[in-house]
Design a protein around this ligand. Structure first.
Ligand code: SAM
Length: 223
């Protein structure tokens, strides 16, 4: 249950300096950068860890509902920052995790059009028919994702569950604010490659020689 989760009443009430202290400008009392990449249901954080050096100019946020998993990712990032203090790259200062239910109040965290990329990597399948409404992709939720995603922004989906894949594709295809991207995009986009191999769930599927179904969508302009 998520009744004890705390949410900012609006994105302006969110204090990001605690999450990305390296990007906080003390003199002007404001952040130098905003979160532009979100990993929804980030699990153990493998995607963010691999995205971090690839996107040194973006702040990346994982959202995860399980407390222990969130704590694990927090510790993992603190350790990575410590171990890489003297490196030239971002030293993992550009990634962090927040505990939250992404199906609720996403617009409380992010401004309209703030995000460039949203990842849904191996979301929980909720197999039973009556549980389908608990899936992370529904018409209503897609409208929220469209709200926080900027024009031209990308939604990435990957799953090993064919039924869930077809469900996500169906809903995204139907939604007027998203356009399906083709295989040429998938072949050339580095995030597709990273999300295929870097998440803990993706590695598990790899070990078990399972299938991975991928589809990406572009945020269209409002009509
Ligand atoms: N993306 C990770 C990966 O590929 O390794 C984790 C995949 S795991 C199967 C799904 C994750 O989504 C779990 O860690 C679960 O706790 C989280 N989750 C499920 N519903 C969520 C929600 N409404 N908001 C945030 N996280 C959620």
């Amino acid at each position: 249950s998520d009744h004890r989760l705390e949410y900012p009443i609006s994105p302006n009430h969110m204090d990001w300096s605690k999450f990305y202290p390296y990007y906080y400008d003390e003199i002007n009392n404001k952040m130098n950068k905003q979160v532009t990449i979100a990993d929804i249901g980030c699990g153990f954080g493998g995607l963010m860890v691999d995205l971090s050096p690839e996107f040194p100019n973006n702040l990346i946020l994982g959202m995860e509902i399980r407390v222990q998993v969130t704590n694990y990712v927090e510790d993992r990032i603190i350790a990575l920052r410590q171990q890489n203090l003297n490196n030239d790259s971002t030293n993992y200062q550009n990634i962090n995790v927040i505990r939250g239910n992404a199906m609720k109040f996403l617009p409380n965290f992010f401004q309209k059009s703030q995000l460039e990329k949203i990842f849904f990597c191996f979301p929980d399948p909720h197999f039973k028919q009556r549980k389908h409404k608990a899936r992370i992709v529904t018409n209503t939720l897609l409208s929220e994702y469209a709200y926080v995603l900027k024009e031209g922004g990308i939604i990435y989906t990957i799953t090993d569950v064919l039924d869930l894949h077809e469900w996500m594709v169906k809903h995204l295809d139907q939604h007027p604010l998203f356009e399906r991207l083709d295989e040429v995009f998938e072949k050339n986009d580095k995030c597709v490659e990273i999300m295929t191999y870097s998440t803990e769930e993706g590695k598990k599927v790899e070990r078990n020689k399972g299938q991975k179904y991928i589809k990406c969508y572009k945020r269209l302009p409002n009509p």
